[in-house]
Structure formats: structure tokens, C-alpha cells
Design a protein around this ligand. Sequence first.
Ligand code: FYN
Ligand code: ADP
Length: 595
Amino acid sequence: MGTVEPQVASGQDVKVVSSGQIVANAQSQDVTDGFHLVIDALKLNGIDTIFGLPGIPITDFTRIAQAAGMRVISFRHEQNAGNAAAIAGFMTQKPGICLTVSAPGFLNGLTALANATTNCFPMILISGSSEREIVDLQQGDYEEMDQLAIARPLAKAAFRVLNAEDIGVGIARAIRAAVSGRPGGVYLDLPAKLFPQTIDADLGKKSLIKVVDPAPKQIPAPEAVKRALDLLKGAKRPLIILGKGAAYSQADAEIRSFIEKTGVPYLPMSMAKGLLPDTHPQCASAARSFVLPEADVVMLVGARLNWLLSHGKGKTWGGKDHKAWGGQKFLQIDISPQEMDSNVRIDAPVVGDVGSCVSALLAGIGSNWPKPPAEWLGAIAERKNNNIAKLAETLAKNPTPMNFHSALAVVRDIVKANPDACLVNEGANALDFTRSIVDMYKPRKRLDVGTWGVMGIGMGFSVAAAVVSGQPVIAIEGDSAFGFSGMEVETLCRYNLPVCVVIFNNNGVYRGTDVNPTGGPDVAPTVFVKGARYDKLIEAFGGVGVHATTPAELRKAMEEALRSRKPTLINAVIDESAGTESGRITSLNPSAKKK
Ligand code: FYN
Ligand code: ADP
């Protein structure tokens, strides 16, 4: 016989009642089992929430976890549960837990696991799996799959636990792997047979590990700090780039102090927005395309020189063509030594955790560090003020129908008035316009598509952000992006979460104006049902749906959603011709390159 749903032996601390439900009993004095050891190990390490989707072989596990006082948030698709776990990890520095069933459920969770690894978010994907003896002989078990082998290349680490007495070690290793050094996604394979295994309760208790110092500080070498300060001191046009590693590190006060004491202008990457308020006088976001090629020394703080920074070279950086070096010198703070020189030479690598590195640099700058030349600061201010003034003019327009700008002028005000709210954001134009128009005021509040530009994070991130922070969440979603996780509006309603989803509905991917050149009956590949009423979706589950066609209607609906904290979905109708193909990254689109 293949995998069966593990049954909880009667006489232990839970019993199965006639409906198939289980209820908590007093824990037996003598024995414990795999279910409880996993839960106890997580709780012992301060993990109190599981994002998942029940089914064979982990249904009872979810029930017992809830009975044991853990928060178990059930989703409609594992990818969304995985995304929730990943962003919970980013927000809290504790690994977010995603729990899935075997093979197909496990596979559904893998995109989120791989995305977590890519983005350096700590999460643990725990999947039930089928019987090893049958899987390894490929005898056709229920949901047969060698999950460990499949997860390994997509995760920072992957482990399997076969014996109940090893659960403590398995969870401890998973936690350490997820949060130490460069954080990432970890896979933990728990075969069905593990859960009902019983062992002596005392032995079980002693086998659990409370992980001591799971993410040890990594102190930079003094000579690396000196080299970095020497480089920065000699700069005529210095620039600091803050990445989501800096946001993750929670060294908010040290980073702010370093930036203010040195007077160096800074550019936040998308998820580092709000680490200092975007309205800070040293913020150079509005002069991005000026500062990158003009800077002579660039200090990267938890930011990689990947595609989002044009690999540190090419025209963005003042190089003659797309491969040429712009002449900048780089100083990089990163916890991963291998990140150095990944794209261009790093002249001053500072390896360590952001908090320790920035503290060491702060100690080295003393009290009379020379401010950057006034000429540099003045040139940035001029560029920035011009761009801000131009943007203000555009935002003040009130076209009919609404466009991205007139709708985002509203969102910008609402976020300003609610700086503690999290802003989840995905799409192409909906992403790019929101990033540059909506200022953020507090750290780790902007949660978006990250390193991969992945679509589908919307509702998973929103659920986790609301659960973890207890604060309202605003999700600004392209109509295409929303579709990847849209069914989770039921989850928002089920848990009554204070999430306000705003769908920028322009009838398609990028925009809704493409036509089928053959004149045939199918619409163009990028076009959706015109005039779709996404607001009706949430009404099916008892949430508030609003159809907004003007900025005034949008403002009223958002204000009401934030006030009432009711799950709300606003269908914001945008001009269907408003979007650009691929948003701000049109240059990466091969069809654009051909032209
Ligand atoms: C920024 N800007 C501003 C402001 N902030 N103007 C006025 N006021 C304010 N506050 C200006 C900024 O100077 C830029 O203009 C422009 O707005 C855009 O700024 P942004 O967004 O910071 O910069 P840019 O060039 O778009 O950044 C490149 C990028 C970014 C690669 C980092 O595009 C990005 O994160 N993209 C992710 C895309 C993605 O993942 N898409 C999902 C797949 S979509 P200039 O300085 O004049 O240039 C599938 O198709
Ligand atoms: P962004 O996309 O915002 O530029 P990236 O994800 O590319 O950010 O870069 C984040 C970097 O931060 C990674 O190279 C990662 O190793 C690093 N990092 C993550 N956490 C820490 C930390 N606590 N201290 C130092 N570096 C960190």
C-alpha cells in the first residue's frame, strides 16, 4: 500500500473524533510522536505561524498545530502560501514556514522557495512526502516524487528527516541554514511515516534543539573597513545604494546615522525604499539616471550589481556601450564574500552583516568627516527638483479615463497619511509607476516583485504582511499580475484581514489595445475581457468590492478600506491605452531590441 494519511494513535495528546477532526487531549506522560516533535521544535525556536495548505499527508499536522496554539493560515494554492512564508521571513528575520502536501503541492510551493533563495529571504518549505521505499524503487506510489532531489538546486539547503528522534536536529539545521549568512530558502522533507512515529516523551523532549544565535554577527576585518573609508574619503562624487539586504538587516538607525554623518546622497533599491523616508533631503531617487553615470565612488549596502543595476556597467553607468565600464570605483558591503566582483571589480569589499559593517564604518568616520563637494550635491539637487516639479505637474492632471499617474496621485497621498501600512506591489506599469511615484516613509513596508520580477506575489505577500505586522496592507496590482494569486481574496475574507487590493484595470497585459492581426475570433494574446469587474470577485466571499472610475472615487474607497480594516477590492479603471510594453524595462524585451 502506498502513502496513507497518518492517523494519530489514540491515547496520545490528540484523538480523532467521528468527523475525522482531531481534538487536543492532555499529552501522554510516556510517548510523543512526529507531529508533536515538529510542532514543539518550531515553537521552541519562536516560530508561531505556519502558512500552508492541508492535504495528504499533513492534514492532521495542521489540525494539531492549531490545537497546540500555532497560527495556521490556509491558502488556496501553495505558491501563495510559499510567498507568504518568504515575505514573513524578510519582515521578521525568522524563517517563514510553508507547509505543503507531497508531489504536486510540493511543486506548487517550489517557485516561492526558489524566489526566496534568489531574493535572500529566509523561509523553510516543509513538505510531506511519500514512502521512501516505494519512491526509490519507482513503484508508483501515491504522489510519488523524489522531492529532496528536486528541491536541492532551488534551495540554499535541503534536508530529510526519517526518524522522530532526528526532528530536533532537522528543524535546527533548517533554521540555521535559512537565516545565517546570506538568508535563503530551505527545503525540509518529512515523509508521511515520520508523523505517527512514537518515541519516549522524555527522549523526544531532550532531542529538541533551541538554536543558539541562529544568525551570528559577522564582523568585518579592520583593514577592510579602513580600505573602504579611504576610498570613500577620496571621492568627489560619492553615492550610496541601499538594497533589500540593508532593509533586511534591521540596522535602520546605524544606516541613517552613517548617511547623515557623511552627507553622501543615496539611492534606495525598490524594497529598500523607506529605510530612510523617500522625502529625505539626501535621497537621490528622482535623479537616478543622473547620479549613476556621474558618481565616482559607489557604496553598495546589501545590494547586488545584477540586472536591476545594469550589472554595474554600460550606458546606465556612463560607459560608451552596454558592456563598457563607466569608471566608477565600488565599495560593497555584503554578508556573502562570493558576491564581490560578480560583475565588475569591487575595490573595497567589506564582508559582514550590514549592522556590524555600518557600525564599524561609523566608528571610523569620527566627528568631522568632510561632506561631499557642494558642486556634486548642488547638481543632484537641481536635477532632482526639476524631476519632482515635472512629476507634480503630471500628477495634478485629471484625465478621463484615469491613467496610472492620476490614480497613483491618490495612492501616494493615502500612503503618506498611513506610513505604517505595508505596500505590496506587482505588475509591469503598475509596478514601475508606483515605485517612482509613491514615497515610502518606514523600513520594510514596500514589498514587491524583487530580484526576479516575479508575478504572483500579490495576495501571498498581502496575507503575510497583514498577519505579521497587524497593520493595514495596500496592494497595488496590475490586472494581469493579480490573476496569478487572485483566488486568495477568499483567504483575505476568511481571516478578515485589513487588506485593500487596488487593481489597475487596463484590460490586459501592459495595456488592452492590441488586436488580432488576422481578424480571427480570438482576441490578441495580451488582451483580457474588457471592462471586467474584479470588484465582484471579493463580494462573493463577503468582502467589500468597489468599482472606481475617478480619482475621487478611488480616494473615497481607499480611505474607507483603511478606516474600516475590512478586506476590500477596488477595481480602478485605467485608460486601456495607458501602459507601455514591459513598463520601464522595455529594453529587456527582445522585440523592442529588434526595432
Ligand atoms: C524616481 N523618479 C522620480 C522620483 N523617484 N521622479 C520624481 N519624483 C520622484 N520621487 C524618477 C527617476 O529619476 C527615474 O527617472 C524614473 O522616475 C524611474 O525611477 P526608478 O523606478 O527608480 O528607476 P528605473 O530606471 O525604472 O529603475 C531601473 C530598475 C527598475 C531596473 C531598477 O526599473 C526596476 O526595479 N524594475 C523592475 C521591473 C520588474 O521587475 N518588472 C516586473 C516584470 S514586468 P530618470 O532619472 O529620468 O530615469 C514584465 O514585463
Ligand atoms: P536589491 O535587489 O535591493 O538590490 P539584492 O537582493 O540584490 O538587493 O541584494 C541583497 C544583498 O544583501 C545580497 O547580496 C545578500 O547577500 C545581502 N544581505 C542580505 N542580508 C544581509 C545582511 N544581514 N548583511 C549583509 N548583507 C546582507
